[in-house]
Design a binder for this molecule. Structure first.
Ligand code: GLN
Length: 282
């Protein structure tokens, strides 16, 4: 098949579930991966025949995309800042807003200090690994309840050539006792069940619900645990940087202020949504 014919198949087969622009970017995402070409090279090859192996992989990916499977799970990896991060059904796919949070943290903290950092509910390990990669003197811990997630995170750390201490730990009944910390980051579950009907099938049918959802009646349960943990283990001038539910900014601010944290600040993501909370130890 010509590459342009495969592109057309992507458009035709994905039309019922994705708008044309998204179908096109899914085509390029897969083609870059399986043909090992840049987008520009692909444009120049549109009217050339695709190798039988690459064609087979592209069409197999298309079949999975038709079932709403996220492209990142199909390819087994995604980009996170300048890193390649392996992902699979046991971990949440890193989102651009989380990437933006890490980018913002890196702009605000000193690069060559021996900081102690913990990433709670690390999942694929993307935040812990990106911080370790860009802060060469930092000592980093990553915790998660899921052993599968920690295995993927450890593989990601090896691939990115950073050393992180992975700790199996249930944040809601935490037994993790790290050295005193300069920084705590976390992107815990925060989507309320009532928000489920506004979410896409590719998220709902494939991503781990335990990494996403919280009860409507106690949506800040993980942040309450983070605040307790931070009060015990954060150094006096230490900070927490958290990804939060865009609809619960006021409640989050109130929670951390009531616990005595200083300089509690809500930050926006690139779309202008209230998406992060930064606070300093009391
Ligand atoms: N931002 C993610 C989503 O919208 C949720 C991440 C989380 O619950 N921590 O799917």
């Amino acid at each position: 098949m010509l590459l342009s014919e495969i592109r057309l198949s992507f458009h035709q087969q994905l039309a019922p579930i994705y708008p044309p622009q998204e179908a096109d970017s899914l085509f390029f995402w897969c083609a870059e991966h399986y043909l090992l070409c840049s987008r520009q090279q692909l444009h120049q090859q549109m009217n050339k025949n695709t190798s039988p192996e690459a064609e087979k992989k592209m069409l197999a990916a298309l079949q999975r995309l038709q079932k709403n499977e996220p492209v990142q799970y199909i390819l087994g990896e995604t980009d996170f800042l300048d890193l390649k991060i392996k992902v699979g059904p046991g971990v949440l796919i890193p989102r651009p807003e989380t990437e933006y949070l890490v980018h913002s943290i890196l702009q605000e903290i000193p690069k060559y200090e021996p900081l102690h950092i913990a990433d709670l509910c690390t999942g694929s390990g993307c935040m812990a690994i990106a911080l370790a990669k860009h802060l060469p003197k930092a000592k980093v811990w990553g915790t998660d309840l899921s052993v599968t997630a920690l295995q993927i995170a450890a593989e990601n750390a090896r691939q990115s050539k950073v050393t992180i201490t992975w700790v199996p730990d249930d944040l809601l009944n935490s037994r993790f006792q790290p050295e005193k910390l300069d920084l705590i980051v976390s992107n815990p579950p925060y989507v309320r069940m009532l928000e489920k009907n506004s979410m896409h099938k590719n998220v709902l049918d494939y991503e781990p619900p335990e990494a996403l959802f919280v009860d409507d009646g106690n949506p800040l349960i993980f942040y309450k645990a983070i605040a307790r943990f931070a009060l015990r283990f954060l150094l006096p001038a230490g900070f927490v940087y958290l990804e939060i539910n865009e609809y619960l900014g006021a409640e989050m601010e109130a929670l951390f202020t009531a616990q005595g944290f200083r300089q509690v600040e809500l930050l926006k993501d690139l779309e202008g949504k209230t998406r992060f909370l930064k606070a300093m130890h009391p």
